[in-house]
Design a protein around this ligand. Structure first.
Ligand code: NAG
Ligand code: NAG
Ligand code: NAG
Length: 195
């Protein structure tokens, strides 16, 4: 990919993003979350704004920097969830532990993969490769849905659906990665439009 033209289109896009709202200069996090929620129906606008604004760098960031901030939030969350799952596995004090242990182990592996995928996404996005970053973030997002689906697995000898102890974590992580993914899409589209 041609880096200089990507940088220029990113800059142009960031400027358009800032002035597109009736010429008013709106907070970039609000504007980015609005556009992201429009393009991704599963994305929670409120949690998008809350998570991005939790990082003080967001208010002065451009779209490229906001993408990195969002991926770093996803990375921190995946790392946290992974250690939380390990804690659940060590404590063994959940109801139904023996039944859900294998699902928890699967989730631990999935969130381990998510960490690597996000690290690779950050490297790619940092190098203005929003296409690869998009694929890696999408794979990271799948960890949360695959983890959650594990507890609904009815393949065992009985029709059994366990209560996931990770509903909240899986939802939060899904939301964080949805923001990263939406930003890589915004950047990708701005590059395609300028070709
Ligand atoms: C969206 O996120 C907010 C803040 O985290 C939460 O209060 C709300 O319940 C979420 N909405 C949905 C539909 O889950
Ligand atoms: C994970 O993300 C959720 C939602 O943004 C947030 O409430 C929580 O504090 C985060 N935890 C860590 C350790 O990053
Ligand atoms: C698993 O079984 C439960 C309870 O019978 C049911 O509600 C659920 O829809 C099933 N899930 C799948 C993925 O088939």
């Amino acid at each position: 990919m041609n880096h200089p033209s990507s940088i220029i289109s990113l800059t142009v896009f960031s400027l358009l993003l800032l002035i597109s709202h009736n010429g008013a200069t709106e907070d970039i996090t609000v504007e980015t979350c609005r556009k992201s929620a429009e393009s991704s129906p599963n994305l929670n606008y409120t949690s998008c704004v809350n998570s991005l604004q939790s990082d003080p760098r967001s208010s002065t960031a451009n779209l490229q920097q906001l993408g990195i901030i969002s991926m770093e939030l996803s990375l921190r969350n995946a790392t946290y969830i992974n250690s939380y799952i390990k804690k659940l596995l060590n404590d063994r004090d959940l109801d139904d532990f023996t039944r859900i242990e294998k699902y928890l182990r699967d989730c631990s592996e999935l969130y381990g993969d998510a960490v690597s995928n996000i690290e690779e996404a950050i490297k790619a996005f940092d190098a203005y490769d929003s296409f690869s970053a998009n694929i890696k973030m999408s794979a990271a997002m799948d960890s949360s849905t695959t983890c959650e689906d594990g507890f609904k697995d009815n393949n065992s000898n009985q029709n059994y659906s366990a209560v996931s102890p990770l509903v909240r974590e899986d939802y939060d992580f899904f939301q964080l990665t949805a923001v990263s993914l939406a930003i890589t899409n915004l950047v990708r589209h701005s590059i395609l439009l300028s070709m």
